[in-house]
Ligand binder design. Structure first.
Ligand code: ATP
Ligand code: MG
Length: 332
C-alpha cells in the first residue's frame, strides 16, 4: 500500500476550518487504501512565539483529540506526537547540512511569519523548520503528503532534498508527492481575504472548530466581502465571497456551481447565514466528541504512545539507513 504522512502544529487552542478542509479531511479518507502516518508536530510549534509549557502540552492533547474527533482511527493509522520520536531532529540535522542558505531563505512562509513578529526577534528554528518538515516526511518514506496549498513550496524543498541525498549517498528516500485537494485547498482569512486562514493569526478572521455557534455566526456575519453585491465565484476579483462559497460547498457537499445557483440574486447576508449553518452543523458534534476525548487524557496519551511505537518502527529503520549512507560509524 502506498504510504502517506502529514502533520499539524499544536499552535492555537483549536484547529481552524482550513486545516480540516485543506488537509485533515483527506487524512481521514486516506486511512483506507494507504499506510497512514499523522503527527502532531509539536517541535514546530515553538518556532514562533514559544507558548507557555503548560499551554503547549494542553494544545498537543487538544489537536490529537480533534484529529480523532474528525475521524482518525488510531487503529487504522499511526497517530503520534513528533517530539516522541528523536529520529525527526536527528535526520533534520543531516538535511540541514544539505540545504543551501539561499535555498532556505526563499521559503515564503518564513518571510510571512517572520514579518509578523519582527524579523530580528525570530529564532533560527523558524528559518530551518521547513528542513525539519522534510525530515518528518522522508523518515516515513511517504509517497504522498496530503496538505493545503500553502505547503506546496515546502513539499518542493522536501523533494529536492530527497533527490540530493539520494544522488550523493545512494538511493535512500522515497521522493514524495504533494496531495492537495482541488477545492478548499486555501481557505482565506475572513477579515483579510488576501491571506490564508491560520491558527496563529488574529482571532476575528479565523473560525476555530472549537468556536461555539454564536461565535461562528458572528465571525461570518462580519466577514469582509466586496461592494458589487453579486454572489459569484471569482477568486481573483471576489476573494471574500468566493471563500464563503467554497466553505459552504465543502461542508454541504454541493458543487461551487450549485451554491452559486442557489444564491443567485440574493444578498450576502443570506449567504453568510447559510454558511454559518453548514459550518455549525459540522462544528457542534465535532466539539462534543472532542470534549469527550479530552475528558480522559490518560487514554489519549495511551493512544499517542501506541502511535509513537508504530511510527518508531519505520523511522528508526530509515534513520539508521540514512546515517550509515552518510558514513556515520554504526554503533555496535
Ligand atoms: P499556523 O498559523 O500555526 O501555521 P496553520 O493554521 O497554518 O497554523 P498548520 O499546522 O501550519 O496550520 O497546517 C496544518 C495543515 O493545514 C497543513 O496541511 C496546511 O497546509 C493546512 N492548512 C493550513 N491553513 C490552511 C488554509 N487556510 N486552507 C487550507 N489548508 C490549510
Ligand atoms: Mg501553517
Amino acid at each position: 500500500r502506498p504510504r502517506v504522512l502529514s502533520g499539524i502544529q499544536p499552535t492555537g487552542d483549536s484547529m481552524q476550518l482550513g486545516n480540516y478542509l485543506g488537509a485533515v479531511k483527506n487524512w481521514v479518507t486516506m486511512q483506507d487504501g494507504y499506510d497512514a502516518y499523522y503527527c502532531v508536530v509539536d517541535l514546530h510549534a515553538i518556532t514562533l512565539d514559544p507558548p507557555e509549557p503548560a499551554a503547549l502540552r494542553e494544545r498537543t492533547r487538544i489537536v490529537a483529540a480533534q484529529l480523532i474527533a474528525a475521524g482518525l482511527d488510531p487503529d487504522r493509522c499511526a497517530l503520534f506526537v513528533q517530539s516522541h520520536l528523536p529520529e525527526h531532529p536527528q535526520l533534520s540535522w543531516v538535511l540541514e547540512c544539505l540545504t543551501g542558505f539561499g535555498e532556505a531563505n526563499r521559503m515564503t512562509q518564513f518571510k510571512d511569519k517572520s514579518a509578523r513578529g519582527g524579523a530580528d526577534r525570530q529564532g533560527v528554528g523558524l528559518f530551518t523548520y521547513p528542513i525539519l518538515q522534510a525530515a518528518d516526511i522522508l523518515l516515513y518514506q511517504a509517497d504522498y503528503v496530503p496538505v493545503g496549498e500553502d505547503q506546496r513550496q515546502h513539499l518542493e524543498l522536501t523533494r529536492t532534498l530527497a533527490q540530493r541525498f539520494n544522488s550523493r549517498y545512494g538511493q535512500t528516500f522515497t521522493v514524495p508527492d504533494a496531495y492537495i485537494p482541488k477545492a478548499a485547498a486555501k481557505i482565506l482569512d475572513l477579515q483579510d481575504p488576501s491571506a490564508k486562514m491560520s491558527k496563529s493569526r488574529p482571532d476575528a478572521g479565523t473560525i476555530y472548530l472549537a468556536d461555539d455557534a454564536a461565535t461562528i455566526s458572528k465571525k461570518l456575519k462580519r466577514a469582509v466581502t466586496d461592494l458589487d453585491g453579486e454572489i459569484r465565484f471569482d477568486e481573483a476579483h471576489k476573494p471574500g465571497v468566493s471563500n464563503l462559497i467554497a466553505i459552504h460547498a465543502a461542508f454541504t457537499g454541493l458543487s461551487i456551481e450549485a451554491v452559486e445557483a442557489e444564491f443567485a440574486g440574493q444578498g450576502y447576508g443570506r449567504l453568510k447565514g447559510a454558511v454559518a449553518e453548514s459550518v455549525i452543523a459540522f462544528a457542534q458534534p465535532f466539539a462534543a466528541r472532542t470534549a469527550e476525548l479530552l475528558d480522559d487524557p490518560a487514554e489519549l496519551d495511551r493512544l499517542l504512545a501506541h502511535g509513537a511505537a508504530k511510527a518508531a518502527a519505520v523511522a528508526s529503520v530509515t534513520l539508521s539507513r540514512a546515517y550509515e549512507a552518510v558514513g556515520f560509524l554504526p554503533p555496535v
